[in-house]
Write a protein that binds this ligand. Structure first.
Ligand SMILES: *Cc1c(COP(=O)(O)O)cnc(C)c1O
Length: 404
């Protein structure tokens, strides 16, 4: 007996709702379907295609490396991995890097490192990670337990223990959750999937002080907001603080699967041989692409340009929200990590935008995300703004149609 399903002919596990679009080519911020239709891509593969599609430097890095060496495993020294780690550490708080292949893997690595740190310092009882309601750290069981979203844990048996969530971004509520078993705090400086919620620089500074006071670790999940997305290389730089551990992925690979755990020397040093691993993690191919992404993002003036484009885009979005209060209520996020909170169902807006040839991504709290490539041009922002206005008119016409 067969259950009815939504893809009766296909062999792809039905874990995603997919728009019926098939893309054949990408060029900068533009995607072309197999039918020859073009779309402006403000989803960037969910904050992944930092430099758009087919960026010549990334194409060159990957083809050059592909002709030399793809993979050798972490049984050997990998110069391309060392070069990328050097670059990441030079540009951040970090002294040590562990490479993996995804955001969830980076979040897991961060969680394990935070616990191991205390165990190695004579406190094996310090295992509890305090996260936040609305967080997202990926789809592995520990990452799901850390975020505590019951809908995502449902049906998957017992969740790993040692995780609690603060209900809001209030420092006193948070401090009340800290006890002798607390290993650290886990937070996205800007919640992505949760609805582009910026926790704010004051809160990040208060978190740093709280962690220092209680001798616990601050772990940041910058998988989505990192690598230039907010106009600084890492979002926490806006607060002038540094974490003890940080997970990155998405933007660092520019479209190639790559993630990493960054730590201070003291914290990362506990991950001795045998404690953790990843077969593909940091292979030469991935690391060459990662270095090419960083080379570009760290070029003089690149992040300043991201900030300029973000100011321009946000000014016009604020105007559009003002003119379409029946559709949008709030502009969120920082830099080119843009959230538009909707009045109408957010996925209706995503659909209307798609019909206006602009790709966006849904998020929590009835928000949609606009995540253009970081090298987006002003004319492309204008095209996107026009598409958003077109979508608003279409949504309004539909509502009138429904009412009559
Ligand atoms: C997407 C995301 C993850 C998970 O990344 P995957 O590559 O899908 O495993 C983790 N944390 C944050 C903040 C994310 O946005």
């Amino acid at each position: 007996m067969r259950e009815p399903d939504s893809h009766p002919k296909g062999h792809i596990m039905p874990s995603y709702n997919r728009a019926s679009l098939r893309f054949a080519r990408g060029d900068g911020a533009w995607l072309t379907t197999t039918e020859g239709d073009t779309y402006l891509d403000f989803g960037s593969g969910v904050a992944v295609n930092t430099l758009g599609h087919s960026h010549p430097k990334l194409v060159q890095a990957i083809t050059d490396q592909a002709q030399k060496l793809w993979h050798v495993s972490n049984l050997y020294e990998i110069p391309e991995q060392e070069a990328l780690a050097d670059r990441l550490c030079e540009a951040s708080f970090a002294d040590l890097v562990f490479f993996g292949n995804s955001g969830a893997e980076a979040a897991e690595g961060m969680i394990k490192t935070m616990r191991k740190y205390h165990a190695s310092h004579g406190h094996p009882e310090k295992v509890t990670l305090i996260g936040f309601a609305g967080a997202f750290h990926g789809r592995t069981l520990a990452a799901l337990a850390a975020a505590g979203n019951q809908a995502y844990l449902e049906g998957f048996g017992p969740a790993p223990t040692g995780f609690v969530q603060a209900p809001n971004f209030d420092i006193e509520t948070l401090e009340a959750l800290i006890d002798d078993t607390t290993a650290g705090i886990l937070i996205e400086p800007i919640q992505g999937e949760g609805g582009v919620r910026d926790v704010g620089t004051d809160f990040l500074r208060a978190l740093r002080a709280l962690c220092d006071k209680h001798n616990i670790l601050l772990g940041l999940d910058e998988v989505q907001c990192g690598i230039g997305r907010t106009g600084k290389l890492f979002a926490h730089e806006w607060a002038g603080i540094t974490p003890d551990v940080m997970a990155i992925a998405k933007g660092i690979g520019g479209g190639f699967p790559l993630g990493a755990v960054l730590t201070t020397r003291q914290v990362g040093a506990v991950m001795q041989p045998g404690t953790h691993g990843s077969t593909y993690g940091g292979n030469p191919l991935a690391c060459r692409v990662g270095s090419a992404v960083l080379d570009t993002v760290l070029q003089d003036g690149f992040l300043a340009q991201v900030q300029d484009m973000a100011i321009y885009f946000r000014q016009h979005l604020a105007r559009i929200i003002d003119e379409n209060k029946d559709i949008f209520t709030d502009l969120r996020g920082a830099g080119l990590m843009v959230g538009l909170q909707c009045v109408v169902p957010n996925m209706d807006v995503v659909t209307a935008l798609r019909e206006a040839k602009l790709l966006s991504v849904g998020a929590g709290e009835n928000t949609l995300r606009l995540l253009p490539p970081l090298n987006i041009e002003k004319t492309e922002l204008d095209t996107a703004l026009a598409a958003i206005e077109t979508a608003c008119e279409a949504l309004r016409a539909n509502q009138k149609g429904d009412a009559s």
